[in-house]
Write a protein that binds this ligand. Sequence first.
Ligand code: I3S
Length: 130
Amino acid sequence: SLTEHHHSVHGLEKVGIVNKTKVSENGKRLRKNWSSSWTVLHDGILTFHKDPKFMPTGTSSKTSQIVPEYTVDLRGASIFWASKEKSSKKNVLEIKTRRGSEYLMQYDTDTIISDWKKVIEDTIRHLEVK
Ligand code: I3S
């Protein structure tokens, strides 16, 4: 139920800045488009927000920072370190959704990206038992 779901992931929440790109949608390959993103993990959903740099001019920074770009349902998803073929960047995580979409998430600082990996893994595991 919704209530059980809520309890199961309660407290497993994180926010921060990472670099991200979507790489496929429903199994169909997309062109990478890396950008910096305010990223929020809440209730089993990972939300990548738009990079204010790429918002139309005149958009207030307060508004642009909270515009979601991708929402990723972590139920049934998997996360792992991306292979070298996926990106030349260091510390790249790959998230594959149940529906066959793929995202890359990257950050140069090891501890920061490792913390994201851990909390996303924990979230996926908690969602599995429901
Ligand atoms: O897989 P690719 O094509 O080497 O990915 C690179 C491209 O997305 C590139 O953009 P353009 O196709 O507009 O040149 C990006 O600037 C690169 O960052 C991508 O490679 P990395 O290895 O950084 O994910």
